[in-house]
Design a protein around this ligand. Structure first.
Ligand code: SER
Length: 877
């Protein structure tokens, strides 16, 4: 009879029940209280503490069917999946365990009975081979003498690299933890003896399939070099359910057992693939099982830790989906099939299947865009590869620009026997890290969102249409719906919203449907599609909903008027200043327009007025503004203004304002020049060498501008007590008056200074023919004191001048030395005395120096010190 996998699972448990074992459910894929493991990788994980003797098990004999994941650490089969017939990321492990109960003999007898007994799995004895650890004679003897396995079928396996316990027949859970020698049972797909033991060890022809591992847990590895014996001896066995199924179902590959057969058939339907043996089908089938189970155990795709492993698995599966021609979202639909084929093992998540699908679907939608873009570029690059090495730069570019993961690039390259230049990849990664650290503006709203879709812009003629919601992003992640108060980006199949481009800002407005209302705050381009950025003010908008797309028409009208005015300005500048004028930048908003252009000369006010006059005349003539799609060549012949170094399509949208302005443009425009109302330049200046900038306003904004100016003039004239028409005359009069007063004030000041100078001289004393002038001022002006010092320097032949200005608790000291004295005494050294005493700030030259400090209390002591010092200096001369 051909056993189903479900029956085999059940038989295993029944067998061990008959041997007095208690059946315990599988533990989660997320190990509990164990930081040494990312995921549960063996049946024994949940019993780790029992093995270590740290806890006592209620039962000494247990059997389980444990869900396991081998995607990292000591046991990693991720890269083997699809390439061998027996590896999986996720699999179920059948295991029996003894804690300080039976040991080697019974463990081996149970395994042999289950495998070979007619009542149970009934595998012919001669199809089984055994491996034992080289030093484990006890086990060897059991197989040989008690089980009676012929010695040709018992192979002793040694250590690798002469390193003790580094052997296929010494099992360890992880880098630390329970471990011990093991004996393994193999199924032989071939016949007869082997020529050499290496035929068995290397197993190049895949003749031998390892089906059961019986571990004699006797040790605890506490470090790389240290293994200690455990107080109790225990048994840990593990048999891969998929492998034993393949033997019992008489198929050579795990991927042909009933479970995978059903899954693979389902996947093939999405792909039109006729070859059900295709590697990609196996990979997808394996990965949907692991993804479903990982999510069922509570993990979500993310960029770190377990979430990242899950993300890698999903992404790899999606890539293989593309490889076999699946273009639509498909992966999430398989979760339901996994739940069905896995039978009782899936019972724990059957009621969560909708959530699992939702998580998978979001990840799939998000990554599909990245995948399509990345694959297209990578495949193109791989066509021109040298020496089978993909440059690190390309691998990094794919990751950095498109979010295409490097492990996926590696996966694709591996299939083509191409390697990635990781040295350079890391270099680019480092450069980018330091760049983004120093440039916080690097990330903008468009970052991280790649939407490979199109949106038809219907906003040239309409301001409101109905459209279908194609994608929704919240927090840069694709979601199925956006709810009240959430900020996000909505993508439609068509829209009336103009997206920020060619200088014209994005539209605002609303997307709504019944009570759902999304306020669009800005509109931007994302590849070939258009993102409506904003906030959900009420209700919910879901994917595929049909919504009204309605722009803020009043704002758009102002933007359009300014855009058409920009075209008039551009044409006028070329006519008045010459064809050297070339557009270098432009901004068109609802409030104003800004136009940067090449022009080296200066622009005079009469020229500005002339430009305004020409433009306003065109506005007054109320000319129709027409747009046409014409051939690029025709546009060139008509001297259409365009940035011809840009790449245009062969048919171009061209905006005509009669033949006065013909310009290639995708922006939105007024229907007639009269709509602009009025045009006013508000500023013109140079912004870079040879680049001028004009800022202008139109219509209502121009009126506002004039009102503001009028108010200002009104204010000025009321301050000046005059009529607005007399302002200029009045200001001129005031300027003359002010000049007159300044002159008078200077004269008075001079007179005052002379008085001061005389007073200082009168209070001075002399040492060896040198006049010492020390004088204190209160609340004086520093500049004036400096002038006094300078005048004294001119007036007296030999003098040391020290003027102090005291303001509250602060004083400033200015010291001047006459020219003839600077060789024997300097102003700077006098000031240095103050600095030393007070830590004040100051400095200067030999003939003039100054210092300021708040240490007013020390002033008299300092002055004493200075005079003593001057006396000494001059007397010693
Ligand atoms: N722990 C051993 C293994 O995983 C036996 O179950 O192979």
């Amino acid at each position: 009879m051909k056993n189903t996998t479900h029956e085999i699972r059940q038989s295993f448990l029944n067998f061990f029940k008959t041997k007095g074992h208690i059946i315990i459910p599988s533990s989660s894929l997320i190990p509990k209280d164990d930081t040494t493991l990312l995921f549960t990788n063996a049946g024994m994980n949940q019993f780790k503490d029992f093995f270590l003797g740290q806890k006592n098990s209620t039962y000494s004999k247990i059997a389980t069917v444990q869900r396991c994941l081998r995607t990292g650490g000591k046991h990693n089969d991720l890269d083997n999946v699809g390439y061998t017939e027996k590896h999986h990321t996720f699999f179920e492990m059948l295991g029996n365990f003894s804690f300080n109960d039976y040991f080697k003999l019974e463990a081996i007898q149970y395994a042999w009975e289950l495998l070979t007994s007619q009542k149970w799995f009934n595998i012919p004895k001669n199809k089984l081979w055994i491996s034992v650890y080289k030093d484990d004679n006890e086990t060897y003897e059991i197989w040989k003498n008690i089980i009676k396995v012929p010695i040709e079928h018992i192979i002793k396996i040694g250590d690798k690299n002469n390193c003790q316990y580094n052997s296929e027949n010494f099992w360890q859970m992880s880098d630390n933890g329970p471990c011990g020698p093991c004996t393994e049972i193999f199924y032989d797909y071939g016949n007869g003896s082997i020529d050499n033991i290496t035929d068995f060890i290397e197993n190049k022809t895949q003749r031998f399939l390892e089906i059961w591992n019986i571990v004699f847990i006797e040790f605890n590895r506490i470090s790389k070099t240290n293994i200690i014996p455990l107080p109790n001896k225990s048994i840990d066995t593990g048999m891969g359910l998929e492998r034993i199924s393949s033997v019992l179902q008489n198929v050579r590959s795990n991927y042909n057992i009933d479970i995978f057969d059903t899954l693979i058939k389902k996947i093939s339907k999405f792909s039109n693939l006729t070859n059900s043996n295709h590697i990609s089908l196996k990979i997808i089938a394996d990965h949907i099982r692991s993804s479903t189970y990982i999510i069922a155990d509570g993990i979500k795709p993310s960029n770190e830790h377990r979430g990242y492993v899950l993300r890698r698995i999903i992404r790899r599966a999606l890539r293989h989906g593309r490889k076999i021609g699946i273009k639509k979202i498909f992966f999430y639909k398989l979760a339901q099939d996994v739940a069905q084929v896995m039978g009782t093992s899936a019972n724990f998540f059957k009621d969560k299947i909708y959530e699992i699908e939702k998580i998978l679907k979001i990840e799939e939608i998000q990554f599909s865009k990245t995948l399509d873009v990345g694959l297209k570029i990578l495949n193109k690059k791989l066509k021109h590869i040298n020496n089978n090495i993909l440059s690190g730069k390309i691998a990094f570019y794919l990751y950095d620009t498109f979010g295409f993961p490097v492990d996926l690039t590696e996966d694709i390259c591996r299939e083509k026997k191409i390697q990635i230049d990781y040295v350079n990849y890391k270099l680019f990664q480092q450069q980018q890290r330091s760049k983004s650290k120093s440039n916080t503006f690097y990330k903008n709203y468009n970052d991280d969102i790649i939407v490979n879709d199109i949106c038809i812009f219907q906003g040239y003629k309409k301001n409101k249409i109905t459209a279908k919601v194609k994608h929704i992003f919240v927090n840069k992640k694709p979601v199925l719906e956006i709810c009240k108060n959430e900020h996000g980006i909505i993508f439609l199949d068509r829209t009336t919203f103009y997206s920020e481009s060619g200088g014209q800002i994005g539209d605002t407005g609303q997307l709504y449907y019944k009570t759902a209302y999304f306020e669009v705050e800005n509109t931007k381009k994302y590849g070939n599609t258009i993102g409506h950025i904003g906030k959900m003010n009420s209700g919910i908008i879901k994917l595929h909903d049909c919504v009204y797309s309605e722009i803020n028409q009043e704002r758009r009208t102002s933007i359009q008027n300014n855009h058409s005015a920009t075209h008039l300005l551009h044409a006028t500048l070329r006519k008045t200043l010459g064809n050297v004028v070339e557009q270098k930048g432009s901004l068109v908003t609802d409030t104003h327009l800004r136009f940067d252009f090449s022009f080296s000369g200066s622009i005079t006010l009469p020229q500005i007025h002339e430009i305004e006059k020409i433009i306003n005349n065109k506005i007054f003539n109320n000319i129709a503004i027409k747009t046409k799609e014409i051939n690029l060549e025709d546009a060139k012949q008509q001297n259409a203004i365009a940035l011809f170094h840009n790449q245009y399509r062969s048919v171009v949208r061209t905006v005509f304002i009669e033949d006065f302005s013909i310009e290639l443009c995708k922006g939105t425009h007024a229907t007639r020049t009269g709509n602009i109302g009025i045009f006013k330049i508000v500023s013109h200046r140079s912004v870079a060498s040879g680049i001028k900038r004009i800022e202008a306003i139109t219509g209502k904004m121009a009126i506002k501008h004039w009102h503001k100016q009028e108010n200002q003039i009104q204010n000025i004239s009321s301050i000046l007590h005059t009529h607005p028409v007399d302002i200029t005359e009045k200001i001129q009069k005031l300027i003359v008056q002010q000049k007159h007063l300044t002159c008078k004030l200077d004269k008075l000041k001079n007179k005052d200074n002379i008085n001061q100078i005389n007073k200082i001289i009168r209070c001075s004393y002399e040492i060896k023919g040198v006049k010492i002038l020390i004088h204190k001022f209160y609340n004086h002006n520093y500049k004036e004191l400096k002038e006094i010092v300078q005048q004294l320097q001119k007036k007296i032949e030999y003098a040391v001048i020290i003027l102090i200005n005291i303001v509250n608790n602060h004083f400033t000291m200015i010291s001047g030395i006459t020219k003839n004295l600077v060789n024997s005494i300097t102003a700077k050294s006098i000031i240095d005395i103050v600095i030393q005493e007070t830590h004040g700030n100051g400095g200067g030259k030999n003939d003039l120096a100054a210092v300021g400090t708040t240490d007013i209390k020390k002033l008299d002591i300092i002055l004493k010190k200075i005079t003593l010092w001057i006396n000494r200096k001059l007397k010693n001369n």
